[in-house]
Design a protein around this ligand. Sequence first.
Ligand code: JHZ
Length: 416
Amino acid sequence: MITESPVRAVERCLGCGSTALEPVLDLGCQPLANRFTRPDPLGADEPAFPLGIQACPDCCLVQLTHVVDPAVLFSAYLYVPSASSTWVAHCAELAAYVCAEARLQPGDFVVEIGSNDGTLLRAFQTRGLRVLGVDPAANIAALANAAGIPTLNRFFGVATAEEVLAEHGPASAVVSTNVLAHVPDPVAVLRGVRGLLRPGGLYVNESPSLGDLVRHTEFDTIYHEHVSYFSLQALANLLARADLRLVDAVPQAVHGGSLRIVGVPSTSPRPASAGLRQLLAEEQVALRGDRRALRDFARRTAAVRERLRALLARLRADGKRVAAYGATAKGNTLLGYCGLTAADIAYIVDRNPLKQGLLAPGSRIPVVPPERLTTDPPDVLLLLAWNLADEIRQQLAWFAERGGAFLLPIPEPRLV
Ligand code: JHZ
């Protein structure tokens, strides 16, 4: 039987179609970062796909060298944002921000693209807004519907936008977090947003920021789900292609540094904010001639691998046992690129029950509940969820008090 490959090489820019793409970083062949698997006594092979990024000199979009069919990545999903109280608090603030910026009134209609388990929409719902989520993962959309967040189990694009428009009318606000960077055709998603917004409506999106990725050597946030790595300029260019205009941007600390952006229909009179103009100017300086900045990033990435491997080898020689915290998608890029396995890391704890009992892709390290830390404590805990280090270290104060050390891998491996 011939099955079609779910991966394709990106030869034309996903934003503007340019063929002048320039390679930035090659992380080798890696399995899908959220494909945690059941322990298999037959040791079935895991598919792995080329993982790397490249930059478009024409529209500035940094993007994967190979994309995987979204149906393979997102039709069933294990990640739920509600496992992190940092994220739940962030959602409450984001909802308040959107309500204020779009001057939403109770009863106004808010749509979220990639709404997952409804964590963000709940914050709008409690403010009296009419909400609808759209999410491609059948298992997760079912969780959201069961929890009272109406959710359409679909990929979002022009056709879904038309369906929502016909059934519910135009939206006063469309929001998405960690979604626009995940799709191989971001302009199609933005055209759907444009079609769904009422005149005067707002599109608010958050995605990890390229500037933070480069500055803090966050190479581990590169995986097949993350198709695009956005600078503000690249976002402005994409929005313009969908008849939207970027009018504001607010940097966020979440996920290692994200960009919150506000877009409006291009016919809207809303001017671009002074803050946006300032950020665009700063970005020009920081990422200007991105080639050098990106080359330096690639060099630091290789250095993290060498230092982390050396540090783990030293710990092992000293008889120290290492486990990890957070069965994160980015953790799997880190483990895979650094060539770490169960011989280096005894187990990974995670409080998401959907991941417990499974093996991390590639490294095949078992994922276990956090209670394991008390029954079988390691000497050192590698924080794969380094973006949530404050929240996790607070919970695990007892571990540090008993002499345990935390290992932060990014931006440079160090014991704290
Ligand atoms: P976290 C996700 O990546 C997935 P990941 C996705 N692809 C994306 O785009 C990015 O976010 C931005 C656990 N945890 O948020 C829960 C505890 O166990 O860093 C999560 O499994 N105990 C959509 O997977 C993981 O850590 C805790 O106390 O890299 C955190 O995953 C806390 C706070 C978290 O994202």
